[in-house]
Design a protein around this ligand. Structure first.
Ligand SMILES: [Zn+2]
Length: 396
């Protein structure tokens, strides 16, 4: 009887969800919406060591270790690759936060997320993946000699990564930190980091082309041309962030983020996109509700392949940086960067931190930190290339 009372009380007050990874556990608040249990997506992803990615039009991706679930505000479906998973209730955005129906925790993530188990009695989401996220201090030394050979095998099939250290020459990029005479110059720091990234990637057996190795100015459009001429497989532009204003609040801005290009930008891709969007009108009827599941699928299919690849590359890099960067994690974002526009390959732009913030400027100029960051980025790129390789079957 006491047990039953206890159970009833618990059911009403919604105790927190426990996310357990080995001995580590994090509590995630469970809230109620329309009488249904919900959890905040950002809190859940941070507890699970995953990431919440915001896309335009109130669409979201939950990045888990072995998969990505795509969601849209008010739409009772989750998408995993090409599989549409019906949900009892839609995720909803309230007060700027995405709230997930509890079914995602109790059924969807355990079934489709890979490596998760939900214990109903304990209200515990457990990970049984062998991947343990270590705090930076316990990471192995940057150059691990025991690492298995890189997946890129024959030299004739070596993958090529184009590294683009931003700015250069007359274009200094940002300078900082705010409140002192500027000693942090973006063009110099990203060149130093770019060179270290090149070395890290070459150690992994990847070929590297750099858009610049000296303090020279290269037009944005030329950076893409260099990438295309060298037949790169991946394009990575390196930058350092600065806030919108140089006041005290601006000086406190910190964190790293990875961008990928927002829209199909070749004239042909635009034409196809417009055409496909036109078709949606006919297929769903002119009065189809905004965010109709069908238009959600069709718009997605109209996106070009590189976008999806770029987004995955960006997510892989961003997730990896969580381990080595003091943060905060500002997430993966889409933006329409001119430098990414001209390259016909998966392309991302990393904002490595804020050079306007004293502590991040110090962090980013430290040799050891630069090595840890670039080793981690290289590891992510190699992991991405291995997955890419398995998708395309090693053909170019
Ligand atoms: Zn920049």
């Amino acid at each position: 009887m006491i047990g039953l009372l206890l159970f009833l009380q618990i059911a009403v007050s919604h105790p927190a969800l426990v996310v357990r990874d080995g001995p580590a556990q994090v509590m995630v608040a469970v809230t109620t919406s329309g009488g249904e249990r919900t959890v905040r997506a950002d809190a859940l992803m941070s507890a699970m060591g995953g990431a919440l990615v915001n896309a335009p039009n109130q669409r979201f991706t939950l990045v888990l270790f072995r998969g990505r679930l795509e969601l849209a505000d008010g739409i009772p479906f989750a998408r995993l690759d090409t599989v549409m998973i019906p949900l009892a209730r839609p995720p909803v955005v309230r007060g700027g936060f995405l709230y997930l129906p509890y079914q995602l925790v109790s059924e969807i993530i355990p079934r489709y997320g890979g490596g998760y188990f939900y214990d109903r009695a304990a209200r515990e989401l457990r990970t049984f993946t062998t991947v343990v996220r270590r705090p930076p201090a316990q990471r192995p030394p940057p150059v691990a000699t025991t690492r298995p050979p890189p997946p890129v095998v024959r030299s004739s099939e070596k993958r090529i990564v184009v590294i683009d250290p931003g700015h250069g020459g007359r274009d200094q990029g940002m300078s900082g930190p705010i409140g002192s005479s500027p000693w942090f110059i973006e063009k110099d720091v990203v060149l130093a980091i770019g060179k270290k990234l090149a070395a890290s990637l070459r150690r992994e057996g990847v070929e590297v082309v750099m858009t610049r190795t000296t303090d020279t100015l290269i037009a944005l459009s030329d950076r893409g041309h260099i990438a295309n001429r060298s037949r790169g497989d991946v394009f990575i532009s390196l930058h350092v962030n600065a806030p919108g204003s140089s006041n005290a609040a601006g000086a406190r801005e910190r964190g790293f983020e990875t961008y990928f290009l927002a829209e199909a930008k070749t004239a042909d891709a635009r034409r196809v996109e417009e055409m496909e969007n036109e078709a949606v009108k006919f297929e769903t009827g002119a009065d189809a509700p905004k965010g109709d599941p069908l238009s959600f699928i069709i718009t997605d299919m109209a996106q070009n392949e590189h976008l999806r690849e770029s987004s995955e590359l960006a997510q892989t890099i961003q997730l990896g940086l969580i381990d080595v960067h003091p943060g905060p994690n500002r997430g993966v974002n889409q933006a329409n960067f001119a430098v990414l526009r001209g390259s016909y390959m998966p392309a991302v732009l990393i904002e490595l931190g804020f050079g306007t913030n004293r502590s991040e400027a110090t962090f980013l100029t430290d040799d050891g930190n630069q090595a840890r960051l670039t080793n981690q980025i290289a590891e992510s790129v190699v992991a991405y290339l291995a997955r890419y390789e398995s998708r395309v079957g090693g053909t170019r």
